[in-house]
Structures are given as C-alpha cells and as structure tokens.
Design a protein around this ligand. Sequence first.
Ligand code: THG
Length: 262
Amino acid sequence: MFIIGELINGMYTSIGKAIKEKNKSVIQSSAVIQIQNGADALDVNCGPGSANPVSDMQWLVEAIREVTPAPLSLDSSKPQVIEAGLKLAGANAIINSTTADTDKADTLISLAKKYKAKLIGLSMSSKGIPQNKDQRLELAAMVVARCVEQEFLIEDLYLDPIAMPVKVAQAQMGDILEAIREFKIISDPAPKTVIGLSNVSQGTCQRSLINRTFLTMALAYGLDAAILDPTDTALMDAAISAELILNKQIYCDSFLDAYRKK
Ligand code: THG
C-alpha cells in the first residue's frame, strides 16, 4: 500500500498555529516523523483557517523540502494553490484533488501533465457528495473519461470514493467499500484507489480502532493508497498484516520488522 501521511494539515490545531506563526521546525519535525514511521508521501494542506493559502502552500513546501525529498500530495480545492505547490515540490508530486466537474477536471489534468504529477479524482461534484455506490461509480467514470480524452495515463490516476464518518453515514460504509472494488473495472488498465482514512472515525471515541478496522477491510477490497496517520503504530501493524494475508509480502516470523526495514 502507498501511504500518504496526513499530519501536515492546518486542520490540526498545532499545525494551523505553526502555519500562522511561520514556525518551520514544527512542520519539519512532522515531516521527518511521518517518513520515519513509513509514509511514502506527505499530504500538505493549509487548512480552512489560512488567509493566504497560495503563500502558505509555498512556505510549507519549501520548509518540507529542507528535510526530505519525499513526494508531496498538494491538498487544496483551489487549482492556484495546488500549482503554487507544484512549482516547488519537484518530482512525483500528487495533485489532491479534482472533482468530477468537467472544467475543474480539465484544469487539473492539464496541471498533472505539465508537472508530471499523479492525480487524485474525487467521486463528487459541485452538486455534492454521492449517496450511494452507483452515484460514486458514475462520478468516477466521468473523471476517467476526462483523463482518457486528455491522454493522461490512467495508471497515474487515483480515484477516491469519499470516505464518510461512520458516525453520520453508517449505512454507506458498505457502498464505499464496494466502490473501491468497482472503480478498478471502469477501465483497463485500471485506475488506482485512495481514501482519506481518518474521515471514517471523525467524531467517534475509538478512532484508532475504527481506522484500522476500516483500512483492513478496504485493503481486502483492493485499496491501493491511503491518507492516514503513520505514527499510529497499531494502524500500521494492521496494514502490514493485511498485506501479508493478501500475499503482498512474503511471510517470516519477523514480518513487521522486515516490512519496516524495507
Ligand atoms: N480524500 C482526499 N484528501 C483528503 C481527504 C479525503 N484530505 C483531507 C482529509 N480527507 C484527510 N486528512 C485528514 C486529516 C485529519 C483528519 C481527518 C482527515 C482529522 N483531524 C482531526 C479531527 O478533525 O478530528 C483534527 C483533530 C485535532 O485538531 O487534533 O480527523 O477524504 N483525497
């Protein structure tokens, strides 16, 4: 599984404060800790409180680049904020994200091609978040169609079914899991899939348990990548064990250590 560390997000009080005060060391230690704990890439989101998201994104990317060359997932609903990050992020960046609206998808697909970035496509549009599996598939297929039209490689597209909090959308969790499986058959070659895992446990008092249970299930449905908290050791152990059971790692008695040393 491709792991995108979620912790550099202005939604977290300490990160929001560090962005406001331009306190580089808070951001840099979060970057280093996430990589040390197994993140393959880092999500970068200025948060809802940012008054100037373009310059905050630039500052975040520059601060992170001083401590790690890891790929960055530039997380914003505004294309100009994403492009500000892309200019400084270097190789293997991930655009997070486009919706299934044609104009927006076309803008972000062009950026992905220009900067040789991967692209996350949400199965939602300006009309809102889908309420069932068929709506998720229809929106995902629209993103795929725009990528095909613009000759963007489908292997570089990650489709996101929009993981909802179990507390508010309990009846939809099965649909979200099924969508992960069915996104794969929208096209050949298949698109990849990603979720924002911590969404699922928002507002609950067993966050880590709910996150790792959902992640284990989603991996069984074929999930390729997740935005998650890599410092949650129980979560990472569950992910490594799930991949072992899915025959994606070779068994040995020390499989957790062996995976971490890779
Ligand atoms: N899909 C894609 N990108 C995403 C998401 C997604 N990016 C943002 C988000 N969802 C994934 N990242 C987070 C980060 C933090 C939390 C949830 C998802 C979170 N934060 C605590 C909370 O809200 O309770 C903050 C608590 C604190 O202040 O410490 O849960 O779905 N493509």
